[in-house]
Design a protein around this ligand. Structure first.
Ligand code: UT7
Length: 338
């Protein structure tokens, strides 16, 4: 008898966004910008800022929300994966800090550096552990304290980013027709010239000079990244649909990385999706890097809009370049108290 494939599925989801809000009006007082420019070029109205604490605190907030909304335990998690470009420190891994704080004594874990695609890379990695049969409870977290690497005198970048965390629990699917059905992930190192943080690593260790030259902040050539992102995210999303014989009407939700409303719209158009089927919260949070996708999933699930049996396409593009898309048949029933 042919063995059925063991499939990973999302069995719980949670998110955390800090309370402090930084609005476009606030930014108008800090740099030469204006609300109209930010809204029309990006879709962002405000973003959240973590005033005290580090990325691991964003992770813990998301995991606590996951536990509270699902009734699942995390002390028995076997693997903890944290996607982030703003780890608490170079080492130890933020995953180890989280593992200790949540009391997952038997878990091992590691961080994944893939910028805005970090959550999708980590989700696919986590699913492999389940599909191989090696582990049955994997916590995948995407979190970034972008305010810790943003230059608030640079109008090109400071209007874009915010802080947040999101988490999902992966377990074997009871029905192999549900869960992570397919994925395509890519990278292209030529993108390294257009979106980076040069200081602090082994190439440019921290020094007075690296600080004076503002090398510990994000640099982005927005126009160059935009051109590639708009094609990359649209094409990989369409590719995952085509590989699985899906048309626009078969997909319930696009869950896109939230970098720019215009990139998201182009992706939805390429997929033949009605705009009403696109999860958008960039207006409230800006670009929270590894957190955007789980943050959307959690908000949509908690308000009952994400339903069991729906086909959803998660899609991202970010520094590296890194990009990809994941097809999920959603298995989690509506929350009892939305
Ligand atoms: O998440 C990781 C991947 N990242 C992305 O996907 C981001 C991709 N890039 C983008 O989303 C867009 O390129 C940005 C939102 C970053 C910028 O939008 P844009 O339409 O590409 O603007 P631009 O950089 O071409 O700038 C247009 C004009 C320039 O003025 P001139 O040269 O035309 O006179 C800029 O100096 O807008 C000016 N500008 C601003 N004006 C007001 C740039 N930043 C601002 C600002 N406020 N904050």
């Amino acid at each position: 008898m042919k063995m059925k494939k063991r499939r990973a599925t999302i069995t719980a989801v949670g998110h955390f966004a800090p309370e402090k809000i930084l609005t476009n009006a606030d930014l108008e007082k800090m740099v030469d910008t204006n609300d109209e420019w930010i809204r029309t070029r990006t879709g962002i109205r405000e973003r959240r800022i973590l005033e005290h604490g580090a990325t691991s605190d964003l992770c813990i907030g998301a995991v606590e929300n996951l536990v509270a909304t699902s009734g699942k335990t995390v002390e028995d998690a076997e693997v903890v994966i944290v996607a982030t470009v703003t780890p608490d420190m170079f080492f130890p891994a933020t995953a180890c800090i989280v593992q200790e704080k949540i009391g997952a004594k038997k878990a091992w874990g590691f961080d994944v550096s893939a910028a805005c695609s970090g959550f999708l890379y980590s989700l696919v990695l986590g699913a492999q552990f389940i599909e191989s049969g090696s582990y049955s409870k994997v916590l995948v977290i995407g979190a970034d304290k972008m305010s810790s690497i943003v230059d608030y005198t640079d109008r090109n970048t400071c209007i874009l980013f915010g802080d947040a965390g999101g988490a999902v629990l992966l377990e074997p699917s009871e029905d192999p027709g549900y869960g992570l059905l397919d994925h395509r992930l890519y990278s292209d190192g030529t993108g390294g010239d257009y979106l980076y943080m040069k200081g602090g690593g082994s190439l440019n260790p921290a020094s007075h000079q690296t600080v004076d030259n503002k090398m510990h902040y994000i640099f982005q050539d927005g126009k160059a990244v935009f051109k590639v992102a708009v094609i990359g995210m649209a094409e990989v999303s369409a590719e995952v649909m085509e590989r699985n014989g899906l048309k626009g009407e078969d997909v319930a939700w696009l869950v896109p990385h939230q970098a720019n409303q215009r990139i998201i719209d182009a992706t939805a158009d390429r997929m033949g999706l009605d705009r009403a089927k696109v999860m958008i919260n960039i207006d409230k949070y800006g670009n929270t890097t590894a957190a955007t996708i789980p943050l959307c999933l959690s908000e949509w699930w908690q308000c009952g809009k994400l339903k069991r049996g729906q086909n959803i396409v998660l899609s991202s593009f970010g520094a590296g370049y890194t990009w990809g898309a994941v097809l999920v048949k959603w298995s989690l029933a509506n929350p009892s108290k939305p």
